[in-house]
Write a protein that binds this ligand. Structure first.
Ligand code: PLP
Length: 398
């Protein structure tokens, strides 16, 4: 094995499972392995664990235990919130308003509902990546039943004014759903403070494993199940529950809530991110995508003009640094990022964009390494760029 120092700076794509989460899950892989639907002792122990996990999540999110439903992750929770709510409320109206910078789990759920006669309109963000409540209000029609706006964006980290948007949605008689998959690990996420009817979270963005998430559904919300089968999750989400992962998610969510309360780790991450931004801004022809105010602490999205983001990402990988070119969920797709497009970044700068996302594993040394390697690789790639060569000939290269 190589002893090369590696730097992981793609925490918005996924996070490592923390030791505390592994500890919380371990009993349910061994000793307590029963099916929570079983009425005998081992089943009851598993059911108790599930109940405790749900309670812990409810405390962290500021809701009641019977308002938390486990899912297979953020994608399922988003699909369920949108399709389940739209189908159950379709008699009231068949129109949905969402932000244009939602994750594809939301956008493609909306597209899929078009086949069932629903339609939707997307609120466009300003150039800094924020959705104004007014722009949402303008799109609400008499037949709008649901408004969706993410709590924080996964590509540029911008934190959205979801409290205000919830008020507007409710005043118009609509339900309000927020995807808090990115927000939950990095800031206080309280459903009563936000005032949402539904909120999604995902384990692997906050130190729990991939393949577990949860949907908060405010009691009294009319929603259909997405997955049919047995009576698990109070008849709302069929399938034998993943007890160890539910226990892991509960620990991760409660650890994240404590960190948000304490604030010191979030401050440390934001300070590293700011230093990274300053260091990389020394490279000529760069720009930060998305406003730096009201932004998730670890997120930095930058364009390096005259460089292909993909090449930069690959060379950074060879230098032991993991980052994303665009959003990780779409980085295998050749389409330019819909988020950067929506905030008006020109295509050539979208193609030259990189998302750095720092987390608890990162140190000041990591920041130094990223700055050093990125500066060097950008210079080398520009030396190979005919466009940059022309700029140099014209005496404009800095
Ligand atoms: N929503 C947002 C904002 C995300 O960033 C992601 C994943 O990147 C998802 C939803 C999907 O979550 P999962 O990977 O758990 O399906």
């Amino acid at each position: 094995m190589s002893d090369k120092r590696t730097v992981y700076a793609d925490n918005a794509a996924t996070t490592p499972v923390t030791p505390s989460v592994i500890e919380a899950m371990t009993p349910y892989f061994g000793e307590i392995w029963g099916n929570p639907s079983g009425l005998y002792e081992s089943g009851r122990r598993a059911a108790r664990a599930l109940h405790e996990a749900r309670e812990t999540i409810a405390v962290a999110l500021g809701c009641r235990e019977n308002e938390v439903y486990f899912t297979s992750g953020g994608t399922e929770a988003d699909n369920w919130a949108i399709k389940g709510y739209a189908r159950a409320n379709g008699e009231r109206g068949r129109h949905i308003v969402a932000s244009a910078i939602e994750h594809h789990a939301v956008l493609n759920s909306l597209k899929s509902l078009e086949r069932e006669g629903f339609s939707f309109d997307l609120a466009v963000p300003d150039e800094n990546g924020f959705i104004s409540p007014e722009s949402v209000k303008r799109l609400i029609r008499h037949d709008t039943v649901l408004v969706c706006c993410m709590a924080a964006n996964n590509e540029i980290g911008t934190i959205q004014p979801v409290k205000e948007i919830a008020v507007i949605a409710h005043a118009a008689g609509c339900g309000f759903f927020t995807d808090a998959v990115q927000a939950a690990g990095a800031m206080k996420t309280d459903v009563s403070d936000i005032g949402c009817d539904m909120l999604s979270i995902s384990g692997h963005k906050l130190g729990a494993p991939k393949g577990i998430g949860a949907l908060y559904i405010k009691s009294g919300t009319k929603i259909y199940p997405l997955i049919d089968g047995g009576a698990q999750e109070r008849g709302m989400r069929a399938g034998t529950e993943n007890v160890p992962y539910a226990a892991g998610l509960a620990r991760a969510v409660s650890d994240a809530a404590k960190a948000a309360e304490d604030g010191s780790e979030i401050k440390r991450i934001a300070a590293m991110r700011d230093r990274l931004a300053e260091g990389l801004a020394e490279i000529p022809y760069t720009r930060i995508n998305g406003g730096m105010e009201n932004r998730l602490p670890g997120n930095l999205n930058m364009s390096f003009e005259y460089v292909e983001g993909e090449s930069l990402m690959l060379l950074l990988d060879m230098a032991g640094i993991a980052v994303s070119a665009g959003s990780a969920c779409t980085s295998r797709s050749p389409r330019p990022s819909h988020v950067l497009k929506a905030i008006g970044v020109p295509d050539r700068l979208i193609r030259s964009s990189i998302r750095f996302s720092l987390g608890s594993m990162n140190t000041d040394d990591d920041v130094d390494i990223i700055i050093r390697e990125t500066t060097d690789i950008v210079r080398r790639l520009r030396d190979l760029s005919p466009e940059y060569e022309r700029l140099k000939r014209e005496g404009q290269a800095l």
